[in-house]
Design a protein around this ligand. Structure first.
Ligand SMILES: Cc1cc2nc3c(=O)[nH]c(=O)nc-3n(C[C@H](O)[C@H](O)[C@H](O)COP(=O)(O)OP(=O)(O)OC[C@H]3O[C@@H](n4cnc5c(N)ncnc54)[C@H](O)[C@@H]3O)c2cc1C
Length: 541
């Protein structure tokens, strides 16, 4: 049977808020394919609780939102990118309202909440399930749009680069050399188990973050850094990958994967305790449990490592049952299902990887280094978040840059290009030892947690680098010899992203924002991004 191949005007990889926004903007003029590796709603977007930041309230201003973002970014946020997002944020909210997103209102006006780091009330929300409501609305729109074709259970394997006329493969690793362009991609169809070729003059990566590289994460299973790894393999630069935001309190329970305990529990008087009941936060910061996210996460990490504990406890049981049920109905119910009554018992919690601030280096129109390739959403590094992300700034970033990338594509009439080679399966067989893959997944996530987590040292980072090199050798051999599977592809991507995180962390000789190094506790006077570029003289594999 002839190998399957498709041709579109634009390929969008990922069906989170970034991918869906780009698709809807392009659909009136372009034939668009959305590929997503599981179902349509399986990214982080649907999990977002708090909301979306936008200047909409009386007394608020763009300058104030810009300032708050720059303060959170610890000197590293890009001013142009920050202004770009902040000034377009209100318009994206109006757009979402026009599509029917049922934002919470009070007296006929949008209800705006305030979150840590924001000096004004500017968070638009749909109760405590904003992402799910927005995602649902956009998916309904996309499903009803004829120019958009959905490919669920299609996983990006690799981008195809080459000469746009002849299709000839590039000879050098660094993108943008030899006149090469992104010509399309290979995707694993998980239903047929075949690798399918997609051809298009424009490809948008909207593949989300890489939280799964750590043992504990608030992210869904899809967050394996696939877009970052694929762009790097295609020769693109990446930036600021050492900045991983850790949420201080994720539920610790064998049956509860990635369940976030909102910071509002601490805001309402929740106390952090060691297993022996000792309250430890006052020893770490005068603000105790109300200290900023990164300080609380670091304190928990310190206590867990010092005492060899698997978790600490968050206790809100001094509040009346009715108060808990009114303020935290979801957490109360979820914990009850697992046998924890939070009105009577403390909640076991661990810090968890929450947000990937760095990613594929991209400009204000989502362009990467590789012509024809765009990166938007959490997979990109636009410069907005700098060394630490301000709460509720990521959903808005997804939409603003998705719309900008779509506009750049509309303005670029490059036609479809050369025929592309089909995926070559002539030299591979089925893997006989899946256990190696699952073992390596587990090992990677554990040592990344222990050595490249919240508090770093050169020694730990070097240990991690050494293990990553060993894993890369094994995975490379697997990849060359066996049929690809989702587990293998995700592991390959996670190990690649892990390598880039460690290299970035080793390159930063200071403690700034989310990167804390015991060897370099001071802040350097000049804030510089960490940009990794593939070697110019490195030949392609
Ligand atoms: C628990 C939680 C709460 C949050 N709360 C907020 C909040 O209140 N406000 C805020 O602004 N931000 C919040 N965030 C962050 C925000 O949700 C994300 O940054 C944002 O949703 C990312 O959107 P995205 O479109 O870039 O990626 P995602 O929504 O993660 O979508 C990525 C898509 O890419 C697909 N994909 C990945 N790899 C491949 C591949 N190889 N092939 C094909 N498809 C692939 C995935 O299946 C998925 O469809 C929260 C995050 C979490 C986890």
């Amino acid at each position: 049977m002839a190998p399957v191949s498709h041709t579109f005007d634009v390929l969008i990889v990922g069906s989170g808020l970034a991918g869906l926004t780009a698709a809807l903007r392009l659909a009136p003029t372009h034939r668009v394919a959305i590929l997503t590796k599981r179902g349509m709603g399986d990214g982080s977007s649907g999990w977002a609780q708090g909301g979306i930041a936008a200047v909409l309230g009386e007394g608020d201003s763009f300058e104030s939102h810009v300032d708050d973002t720059l303060v959170a970014g610890a000197g590293l946020s890009d001013l142009d990118a920050t202004r770009f997002v902040v000034e377009r944020a209100p318009d994206t909210i109006h757009w979402l309202r026009s599509l029917g997103v049922p934002f919470s209102e009070e007296d006929g006006q949008l209800h705006l909440t305030r979150e840590g780091g924001h000096s004004q009330r500017r968070i638009v929300h749909v109760t405590d399930a904003t992402g799910a409501a927005v995602q649902r609305t956009l998916i309904n729109q996309v499903r009803g749009t004829p120019n958009i074709t959905l490919f669920e259970n299609h996983m990006l394997v690799d981008l195809i680069t080459g000469d746009p006329v002849t299709g000839r493969k590039p000879t050098r690793r660094r993108a943008g050399m030899d006149g090469q362009r992104c010509l399309g991609l290979y995707a694993l169809d998980e239903v047929t188990d075949e690798v399918v070729t997609f051809r298009a003059p424009h490809t948008i990566l909207a593949t989300g973050g890489a939280g799964k590289v750590y043992l504990y994460t608030t992210n869904p299973d899809t967050a394996t850094g696939d877009g970052i790894a694929a762009a790097w393999r295609a020769g693109c630069s990446v930036a600021n990958l050492e900045f991983i935001q850790f949420h201080p309190t994720c539920l610790y329970h064998p049956d509860a994967k990635s369940f976030l305990i909102t910071e509002a529990v601490r805001g309402e008087g929740g106390r952090l305790l060691l297993p022996n009941g000792h309250r430890f936060m006052p020893e770490h910061d005068p603000r105790a449990e109300l200290a900023p996210r990164d300080i609380v996460a670091r304190a928990i990490d310190f206590e867990m490592k010092k005492g060899g504990f698997d978790c600490v406890y968050l206790d809100i049981s001094h509040q009346p049952q009715a108060f808990i049920q009114e303020h935290f109905p979801n957490i109360h119910e979820r914990c009850l299902q697992l046998g924890i009554d939070i009105a009577r018992q403390p909640i076991p919690v661990v810090p968890a990887a929450h947000y990937t601030c760095g990613g594929v280096l991209s400009d204000l129109a989502g362009h990467t280094d590789l012509p024809g390739l765009y990166a938007v959403g959490e997979t990109a590094c636009t410069g907005l978040h700098g060394a630490n992300r301000l709460a509720s700034n990521s959903l808005v970033e997804c939409m603003v840059f998705a719309r900008a990338a779509a506009q750049a594509i509309i303005d670029d009439p490059t036609p479809a290009t050369a025929t592309l080679p089909a995926w070559d399966v002539s030299r591979v067989t089925d893997a006989d030892e899946q256990v190696v893959i699952s073992h390596n997944w587990d090992e990677l996530r554990r040592f990344m947690w222990s050595y490249v987590g919240i508090v770093r040292t050169n020694k730990r980072l070097e240990r991690a680098a050494h293990r990553i090199a060993l894993l890369q050798g094994e995975i490379h051999e697997f990849y060359a010899r066996f049929h690809v599977t989702r587990d293998l592809l995700e592991l390959r991507n996670l190990v690649q992203v892990a390598e880039l995180i460690v290299r970035s962390a080793l390159a930063r000789r200071e403690s700034r924002g989310l990167h804390f190094s015991r060897d370099y506790p001071a802040l350097l006077p000049q804030a510089l991004p960490t940009i990794l570029r593939p070697e110019t003289d490195e030949p392609t594999a």
